[in-house]
Design a protein around this ligand. Structure first.
Ligand code: GLC
Length: 485
């Protein structure tokens, strides 16, 4: 199926934290390979691997030193090939992360002083780094280079034809190895406005900037995707690309999608929405409208490696499961983040000295709490994990949850199994009390975000938590129902 991605469930693997086969405390590709049976049982269609390339890991691998090799901590190219072969044998597709806005400062181009491939200037402008502080760092001869992220992540110069040629070749390298798609990191970056105009404010930048900013979402970025699409299309089997593009409006996002550009863009609105019937309904309506503009089904995300896990963000496991069951009923594809199927919360009390997120040093905000390794067994299943795993997570481990019908893991498995029976691009809202969402998409979905139980009518397919003794839908619970009509 060439457009397999349209309704796919894609499971994001953060390789450092998923599973460790070598026993060195850092997850690896053989670890992922060993868990493919688990992922197949979970019922995912594809995995997206966050970067596993050669890297100093200054930004968890989003600082790439060699785009065509595997970091020894994660394994070898042979391990990668074996992982792809085994995944494909199980019917699981493989998406890899491509990081084209910047390299690592350990990349040979930067090391060898190929300054024309980066953005060097005699004077900095006033741009700020997403990770805090100025976006410019001075080198010994007095020049400055641009880094929208960490100083160890110099921005590439996409006006340089060698940069463009290199990335076309990198895409082919991984396509030749059998990958089914790419997740494009900072897909709204790369091209900067000519002359690098100052923004006239010293305020720090955000990934999502409503203002017109000269470093994001420039028209020229679309030329790059128009160069890339024919490469993807020249391979058999439906190779795809999904953009991590934080742009100001659905109209701007729509420009990334289409037959001559990319297949999908993450819709982060659902992840950013606060918990509640109105807020979810607004964002669903907006997203579905956006999908109509784009002409492609939307994507849904509740957690990833950059944001606090949704158990914590929404305030409880019950709420997280309710939001998940709502998400999985919606048309389009769903991206899951490793560990959400175990109901893992954000780890809030990591000691500062163990935090590795480069943003932490510059802003005091850290993404480490969602990157803690996954517990596989009651004794956690890791030796000296790179971030400590709370001992209480033994009870959240796969071993503890497997076979327990009330567990979050079995809940995800059931939801993904039933989701295969859903189809149709439209959602019909049904009348419902305030704080309750009710919609139909073949099945009827009811979510209660209020404080009192609500009656429901129909045959229960799946509920995100226990129903009331009288069959009513308790607060913070979602149910899938088969109803008469
Ligand atoms: C993306 C990644 C994030 C990384 C940043 C810089 O937003 O998701 O983890 O820090 O790009 O590459």
């Amino acid at each position: 199926m060439l457009d397999w991605w349209r309704d796919a469930v894609v499971y994001q693997v953060y390789p450092r934290s998923f599973a460790d086969a070598s026993g060195d405390g850092v997850g690896d590709l053989q670890g992922v390979r060993g868990k493919l049976g688990y992922l197949s049982d979970l019922g995912v269609d594809a995995i997206w691997l966050s970067p596993f390339y050669t890297s100093p890991l200054a930004d968890g691998g989003y600082d790439v030193a060699d785009y065509r090799d595997v970091d020894p901590r994660f394994g070898t190219l042979a391990d990668f090939d074996a992982l792809v072969a085994d995944a494909h044998a199980l019917g699981i597709r493989v998406i890899v992360d491509i990081v084209p806005n910047h390299t690592s400062s350990a990349h040979p181009w930067f090391r060898d002083g190929l300054r024309e491939r980066y953005i060097f200037r005699d004077e900095p402008n006033d741009w700020q780094s997403i990770f805090g502080g100025p976006a410019w760092t001075q080198v010994s001869d007095g020049q400055w280079y641009l880094h929208l992220f960490d100083p160890s992540q110099p921005d590439l110069n996409w006006d340089n034809p060698d940069v463009r040629a290199e990335f076309r070749d990198i895409l082919r390298f991984w396509l030749d190895r059998g990958v089914d798609g790419f997740r494009i990191d900072v897909a709204h970056g790369m091209v900067k406005a000519a002359g690098l105009p100052s923004v006239g404010t010293a305020s720090s930048v955000e990934m999502l900037d409503d203002a017109d900013v000269p470093y994001f979402d420039q028209d020229g970025v679309h030329d790059i995707y128009r160069e890339w699409r024919p490469i993807l299309d020249s391979y058999p089997g439906g190779r795809m690309a999904v953009a991590e593009a934080w742009v100001a409006s659905p109209e701007r996002l729509a420009r990334y999608i289409g037959p001559d550009e990319l297949h999908q863009a993450f819709n982060f609105e659902f992840m950013m929405a606060s918990y509640g019937a109105k807020s979810f309904r607004d964002v669903i309506d907006k997203s579905l409208a956006e999908a109509r503009v784009v002409g492609a089904p939307t994507t849904w995300v509740l957690s990833n490696h950059d944001k606090p896990r949704h158990v914590t963000r929404h305030g409880s496991l019950a709420r997280a499961r309710a939001a998940t069951l709502l998400m999985l009923a919606l048309p389009g594809s769903a991206y899951l983040y490793n560990g959400e199927e175990l109901g893992l919360p954000e780890v809030l009390d990591l000691p500062d000295e163990l935090r590795e997120d480069p943003a932490f040093l510059r802003t005091g905000e850290s993404r480490d709490g969602c990157r803690v390794p996954l517990p596989w067994t009651r004794d956690l299943g890791w030796t000296n994990p790179w971030l400590p795993i709370p001992a209480s997570w033994g009870e959240l481990s796969v071993e503890a949850q497997e076979g327990d019908p009330g567990s979050t893991l079995e809940f995800y498995r059931a939801a993904l199994r039933l989701r295969r029976g859903l189809s149709g691009d439209e959602v019909t809202w049904l009348d419902s009390p305030k704080d309750v969402l009710a919609m139909r998409r073949g099945i009827t979905v009811v979510m209660n975000t209020g404080e009192t139980p609500v009656p429901i009518d129909g045959q229960v397919l799946l509920a995100s938590g226990p129903l009331g003794a009288d069959g009513s839908l308790p607060p913070d619970t979602t149910v899938w129902l088969v109803t008469g009509e």
